[in-house]
Unconditional design. Structure first.
Lengths: 110, 117
């Protein structure tokens, strides 16, 4: 079975500050890992993915994540938060049926 | 590329009626489609997995006679909520996984908000 843990349902960050969202996974097979973003009343948009290639993955909108097998982690970062980053962020583990974390609601403070 | 649409985006129906939601992959062929349900302020819960031309596989606790899934072509899957009741009100999201080059990622539709009165 696969699972994902995302701690801290609500994350507040000042505009221009570092965004850090933590994701730890559990998987009995080599994992595929994903970060998705969801804006209100919309579907999920893929931010980035890890599928066994480079461990540092760059995605859209300035986000990146690093796969660390020893720590079973796939934390998402962005150096400088923008107001448009306010949204819900989900980490998920695959490769087949995706298991999602509970999500992080990011609030950006002007 | 890899765009998934859903129709309708929002539907309101009376209790006891049936509602059909369509999920289409617009620019790729989807061998597998997934249906999720999302309650307010919560994560996505997988309801079922459908492969083109075969019966859907439902997750434990999901009533297959209530949530009918058809995946008749490589670009279309439908979810029919039969005899809908207020507790079926939710946000339903589909995703699609493609063939060569798109097999490792699920691409999500924009979702359908169902309200049952």
């Amino acid at each position: 079975a696969q699972s994902v843990t995302q701690l801290g349902s609500h994350v507040s960050v000042s505009e221009g500050a570092l965004v850090l969202l933590r994701c730890n996974y559990s998987s009995s097979v080599p994992p595929y890992l994903f970060w998705y973003v969801q804006y209100p009343n919309q579907g999920l948009q893929l931010l980035l993915k890890y599928t066994s290639a480079a461990t540092l993955v760059k995605g859209i909108n300035g986000f990146e994540a690093e796969f660390k097998k020893s720590e079973t982690s796939f934390h998402l970062t962005k150096p400088s938060a923008h107001m448009s980053d306010a949204a819900e962020y989900f980490c998920a583990v695959g490769p087949e049926r995706l298991a999602f974390g509970k999500g992080n609601q990011v609030v950006v403070i002007p | 590329g890899a765009v998934v649409s859903q129709h309708p985006s929002r539907v309101i129906c009376k209790s006891g009626t049936s509602v059909k939601i369509e999920c289409r992959s617009l620019d790729f062929q989807a061998t597998t489609m997934f249906w999720y349900r999302q309650f307010p302020k919560q994560s996505l819960m997988l309801m079922a997995t459908s492969n083109e031309g075969s019966k859907a596989t439902y997750e434990q606790g999901v009533e297959k006679d209530k949530f009918l899934i058809n995946h008749a072509s490589l670009t279309l899957s439908t979810l029919t909520v039969t005899s809908a009741h207020p507790e079926d009100s939710s946000f339903y999201i589909c995703s699609a996984r493609g063939t060569s080059g798109l097999t490792d990622t699920q691409y999500f539709g924009p979702g359908t908000r169902l309200t049952v009165l």
